[in-house]
Design a protein around this ligand. Structure first.
Ligand SMILES: Cc1ncc(COP(=O)(O)O)c(C=O)c1O
Length: 440
């Protein structure tokens, strides 16, 4: 450390003898918003409305494991071997049928790149498109996995506004113009059009062509992230933006929510130039996605009625969403939220003056957990919101969780009314101790 460097706090030195040696990009990496509370929040007595874990009840584990055991013997020489950086050709063919459900009918297996979850896909697209200081436009509140990927490449994330019909086209255009005036390079728009995490909203079908038009006008790439598109409660799907434009969109989806996340398999489709770079970046990053996981997913798709299973999941998540919505009406009628038509999340606005982040330890003490809204922004915004997930707890637990949450919010309101504050000092998101985003 040179004499002009700011000395790190003694606490940091004690914890980490490598402080001062890290690359600048590591500085932007943040710990989990709920990591400190996670050990407590994951105790069985706590109702966790925090995580975005799919409920895997409908997975035919027993039958599937028998087929996987056979596959591991029959195709052992390939399944246990290195594979192609672009992914297994058979699985690349399989994903075409899934994308057809959302109107993508022109893709070929060669357009597809298989990745280790969408997280890897987000890493790859940022890696090949962005230099430090470049701008990525992203809907706010943001998906935290994407924020983590962007920040690790020292990208500047600039928020574009959402409403109940999804991304606002005028806000998209205005933000491009503003950023260009500032001399910034806007590299892409990152958008989750269907059943947004965490906002729960879906981009209206009318807005989709308009957003593509703006993207083409300003030559800004669209990164369309669609892990929830098949989880619409009434079975409705929406046309992917990629189905309307195959030159200006990089599309990604994942098996995490429609089958299971443990295999870590997702995919992207991209125009040829971008796709070639993605394959090279994948090779440099992980060499190849694991054959074993890809073959397992393909075994599932080839042998089970996956459309029926997705339909069963829809019914289950619908019941859970309805339960949460009804419990919110019963216990927290003074809060506001948009009831989603699919996906996993409700984005709850809490009363003026309350701070979801400051309140979280008290909620965990009351045996309920959520993710504070601040986790979905990079600038400390979001204290007036929290994300509630209805995907994993059973309906009874969801009802009980909301009842407990209402107890905490009611008490907090009383304190605020009496003293004008919830009594917790504000904290600065630039503080190194600030537990920034990194939740699912
Ligand atoms: C918006 C969004 N994209 C992608 C993913 C899936 O990520 P992965 O495929 O890495 O499990 C999630 C999971 O929470 C998500 O909410």
């Amino acid at each position: 450390m040179s004499e002009t460097d700011t000395p790190p706090s003694s606490k940091v030195i004690r914890n980490d003898p490598w402080y001062g040696s890290y690359a600048a990009r590591a500085e932007a990496m943040r710990a989990s918003e709920i990591r400190a509370l996670f050990a407590v929040a994951s105790r069985p007595e706590v109702v966790s409305l925090a995580g975005g874990m799919p409920y895997l009840e409908y997975m035919p584990f027993k039958e599937l494991s028998e087929l996987i055991a056979k596959m591991m013997v029959d195709k052992g020489d390939v399944a246990w071997q290195y594979g192609s950086a672009q992914g297994d050709p058979h699985l690349r063919e399989d994903v075409l049928q899934i994308m057809e459900l959302e109107g993508i009918t022109d893709a070929q297996p060669d357009d597809v790149v298989i990745t280790n979850g969408s997280q890897n896909a987000l890493d790859l697209i940022t890696r090949i498109m962005c230099d430090p200081g470049d701008v990525v436009l992203s809907e706010a509140p943001n998906y935290v996995g994407a924020l983590g990927a962007f920040q690790s490449f020292q990208v500047e994330v600039v928020n574009v506004m959402l409403d109940e019909n999804g991304l606002i086209p005028e806000s998209f255009e205005q933000t491009i113009v503003e950023q260009r005036k500032l001399g910034k390079k806007v590299k892409f728009l990152y958008t989750v059009p269907n059943f947004h995490n965490p906002a729960g909203v879906t981009l209206s079908v009318e807005r989709r062509p308009r957003i593509l038009e703006i993207a083409r006008k300003y030559h800004v790439l669209i990164v369309e992230d669609n892990p929830y598109g098949l989880l619409g409660f009434n079975g409705q799907t929406y046309p992917a933006m990629r189905s309307m434009d195959n030159q200006n969109v990089v599309y990604m989806s994942s098996f995490s929510k429609i089958i299971a996340p443990g295999m870590r398999i997702a995919w992207m489709i991209a125009p040829p130039g971008i796709r070639q770079k993605l394959v090279l970046a994948n090779e440099a990053s992980v060499l190849c996605p694991p054959n074993m996981s890809q073959f397992t997913i393909a075994t599932y798709l080839d042998n089970f009625d996956w459309k029926k299973q997705i339909n069963d999941y829809r019914g289950m998540y619908k019941e859970r969403c309805d339960t949460m919505d009804a419990a919110l009406h019963e216990y927290l009628p003074y809060c506001s939220w948009h009831k989603p038509k699919g996906g996993f999340y409700i984005w709850l606005k809490i009363p003026e003056g309350l701070d979801s982040r400051a309140m979280l330890p008290r909620a965990v003490t009351a045996k309920v957990a959520y993710v504070a809204g601040t986790g979905f922004y990079t600038n400390g915004e979001g204290r007036d919101h929290m994300r509630l997930s209805f995907c994993y707890p059973t309906p009874d637990r969801i009802h009980e969780g909301v009842r407990r949450l209402a107890g905490v919010i009611d008490a907090e309101r009383e304190t605020t009314e009496l003293f004008g504050t919830s009594g917790v000092p504000d904290s600065d998101p630039r503080d190194p101790e600030y537990p920034g985003p990194q939740v699912r």
